[in-house]
Design a protein around this ligand. Structure first.
Ligand code: NAD
Ligand code: UDP
Length: 316
């Protein structure tokens, strides 16, 4: 059917998840029609319940490993469990979601001539031997380990995006997202920020894996969503991949201490064994995002943590 208005029709797969729900909110605020597709594997209807009354928002239960026939102008492909305990629960389904999901969404983009953005990940760099990671680094990934279903699934999705671009001239955008945190993180997904905040609020031990000397850099969700939207709106010649994340690096032990200080908790730090294939260091080089998107994170970790703590306090 012809689309007569100038309103952008935007499909967000994984739209009921943590990042997806914030993205749907922002797209609606900027005047787009939003179709949120999710199988509610790790996302929930509650995450988008506040959007259901908006006539420009539509929620559809669908699994992206099956084809989807809709008419849209832009696709943000976010569907995929993101936390290790979730993606390792059914690893075969995780690879299927990344690979078959990408094929289905790319096929849809080809049919309707939509622009399509892939939510890729810093995990494509594996346990990196180059620091900080630039987009030109090919990575150091174990193909047969516990994280491989996610890492290799996302790597294959990137391959598919670039082959659809070369072979079918699809307009693609690939974002490599680094650790992001904020309200609506899944409370039981085992990710470090939600774990530490919930443990501190309950006065339970803060579980630092290993010695806590491994580093991560944490990007607040609003900054990340802003980066994704800027990337989608770049000219067709820019495909990425582009790193989106916060270059300010902290050790996991420093994060634990910050969370204890900000919550005023009496929790004590306890160590636990380091999970297999846990990257020792991770920090994005965001020079490309700065140059091409005019983007860099604005939220300081302390401020973002305060908002996250507020969310989890209210949710308890
Ligand atoms: P999330 O688990 O909250 O969201 C993923 C969403 O995808 C959920 O709503 C889930 O129900 C849905 N989903 C999973 N499998 C599906 C399927 N087969 N069909 C339809 N929907 C499906 O995770 P998130 O943190 O919001 O991550 C969103 C995307 O961003 C993911 O692709 C993830 O790999 C990527 N990413 C996130 C981070 C981060 O730090 N949050 C970092 C790197 C990459
Ligand atoms: N981590 C930790 N305690 C926890 C949860 C995670 O020390 O309760 C560590 C984990 O080993 C990793 C880092 O925090 O080194 C980030 O873990 P997360 O699962 O959030 O994301 P990853 O970057 O590993 O995908």
């Amino acid at each position: 059917m012809r689309h007569y208005s100038n309103t952008q029709r935007v499909l967000v797969t994984g739209g009921a998840g943590f990042l997806g729900s914030h993205l749907c909110e922002r797209l609606l605020a900027e005047g787009s029609d939003v179709l949120c597709v999710d199988n509610f594997y790790t996302g929930t209807k509650e995450n988008v319940a506040h959007l259901l009354g908006n006539p420009r928002f539509e929620l559809m239960r669908h699994d992206v490993t099956f084809p989807l026939y809709v008419e849209v102008d832009q696709i943000y492909n976010l569907a995929c469990p993101a936390a290790p305990i979730h993606y390792q629960y059914d690893p075969v389904q995780t690879t299927k979601t990344s690979v078959h999901g990408a094929i289905n969404m790319l096929g849809l983009a080809k049919r309707v001539k939509a622009k399509i953005l892939q939510a890729s990940t810093s995990e494509v760099y594996g346990d990196p031997q180059v620091h900080p990671q630039t987009e030109g680094y090919w990575g150091h990934v174990n193909p047969i380990g516990l994280r491989s279903c996610y890492d290799e699934g996302k790597r294959c999705a990137e391959t598919l995006f670039f082959d659809y671009h070369r072979q079918h001239q699809l307009r693609i955008k690939v974002a490599r997202i680094f650790n992001t945190y904020g309200p609506r993180m899944h409370p039981n997904d085992g990710r470090v920020v939600s774990n530490f905040v919930i443990q501190a609020l309950k006065g339970e031990p803060i579980t630092v894996y290993g010695e806590g000397r491994q580093t991560r850099s944490f990007c607040y969700v609003d900054d990340l969503v802003d980066g994704l939207m800027r990337l989608m709106n770049t000219g067709d010649e820019f495909t990425g991949p582009v790193n989106l994340g916060n270059p300010v690096e902290f050790t996991i032990r420093e994060l634990a201490q910050k969370v204890i200080a900000l919550t005023g908790s009496r929790s004590k730090i306890e160590t636990r064994p380091l999970p297999s294939d846990d990257p020792r260091q991770r920090q994005p080089d965001i020079s490309l995002a700065k140059a091409k998107l005019g983007w860099q994170p604005a939220m300081a970790l302390d401020d973002g943590l305060r908002r996250t703590i507020e969310y989890f306090s209210a949710a308890r």
